[in-house]
Design a protein around this ligand. Structure first.
Ligand code: PHE
Length: 346
């Protein structure tokens, strides 16, 4: 086939191919195939020099003409495809501006976390640092060293989750952390301590509106020389005023815990009814906010302190309970129920 014929045939195929192109990606391919630096038409133009002198002019003219025709055809096709593609994207992306917007879901802190942080903040202001004890604990620390030897009846007050490992339990309260804090911070019973111990506790209990198998506690422990019951009373009263407001009334009731002696329960005048009696305080006018007492000499000893020289107080409170009293929440199961309708209210 002569170069002339080849040129014409390239021209025809190029036109045909162009007709069939439907998208801009293939269009790019077509352009470089025919008109690019190594495109077929470009290469043919370069062949001009190989022709006999007298043919060069006509061939060159026709080749340039074809090149321009193809450039124009390309531009036309490109325009058409662009329009078609625009139309398509417009019709596909139809927006219904009357649809309601999608709410941007912002996370929030769990109510337990909120009250825990508030409690920690208050104790921090009062000079108590946070000590993190463990949730999986030895029977010895959770019970024995707290003056509850095996078979002690007080163990039955806290139904326990045992593990398959002998003597390893899920802590039933944060009080075991008292032993760890004394041993870790006390430097063999030579240094005073002021800590709070927040964390999750577990009890093998029937889940009801008032009891859950897991709940938080915030323990407190102060060890020093000459610490007395009046220090405990003043400290918890101050805490109650900071948490519930300056005019909060506090009362103390004698109680029993194996690891404190004497022991007392702390109540505040009900914030909902002002003491007159309502469903939140069960018509007593008072709300129990914590258990507390002077650290038992045996416990001091187990922590490395000499009870003849050192003394201290301890307390333990339940953040979920406090939250329930404050917000009149009737059922503790809401806390771990993961119902957003509940959680989003805080
Ligand atoms: N550990 C006790 C409980 O779980 C609370 C408590 C802590 C009482 C510290 C006295 C001192 O009920």
């Amino acid at each position: 086939m002569s170069l002339h014929d080849q040129l014409e045939s390239v021209y025809q195929t190029a036109l045909q191919e162009l007709e069939n192109i439907q998208d801009s990606a293939s269009l790019q391919g077509w352009e470089s195939k025919y008109l690019g630096r190594k495109g077929q038409v470009t290469l043919m133009l370069r062949e001009t020099g190989k022709l006999p002198q007298e043919e060069r002019a006509t061939f060159g003219q026709r080749a340039n003409e074809i090149k321009n025709l193809l450039i124009n055809a390309f531009a036309e096709r490109e325009d058409a495809i662009r329009k078609a593609e625009l139309e398509k994207s417009l019709s596909e992306g139809q927006l219904d501006v009357t649809l309601p917007g999608r709410r941007y879901a912002l996370g929030g802190l769990h109510p337990s976390t909120q009250i825990l942080r508030r409690i920690q903040e208050i104790w921090a202001e009062m000079g108590f640092q946070v000590y993190r004890s463990r949730e999986v604990e030895s029977d010895e620390i959770n019970f024995t060293l707290l003056n509850m030897p095996p078979h002690h009846p007080a163990r039955d007050m806290q139904d326990t989750f045992y593990t398959t490992q002998p003597d390893i339990v899920l802590r039933t309260h944060t009080s075991g952390g008292q032993i760890r804090a004394m041993r870790e911070y006390g430097e063999n019973g030579t240094k005073p301590i002021r800590v709070i111990l927040p964390g999750m506790c577990f009890r093998y209990e029937q889940v009801t509106t008032r009891s859950e198998i897991q709940f938080h506690q915030v323990e407190g422990l102060a060890i020093g020389k000459g610490i007395r019951m009046s220090d405990l009373k003043g400290t918890v009263a101050e805490f109650a005023k900071r948490l519930y407001g300056p005019d909060t009334e506090v009362r103390y009731r004698a109680s029993y815990f194996p690891f404190t002696e004497p022991s007392m329960e702390v109540d505040i005048k009900c914030k909902i009814c002002g003491g007159g009696g309502c469903s939140v305080c069960k018509y007593s006018g008072w709300l129990e906010i914590m258990g507390s007492g002077m650290v038992h000499p045996v416990v001091l000893q187990n922590g490395g302190y000499d009870p003849a020289e050192w003394s201290g107080f301890a307390f333990g409170m339940g953040p979920e309970r406090i939250m329930m009293q404050r917000n009149n929440i009737q059922d503790i199961r809401y806390f771990w129920g993961n119902d957003l309708r509940f959680l989003e209210q805080f």
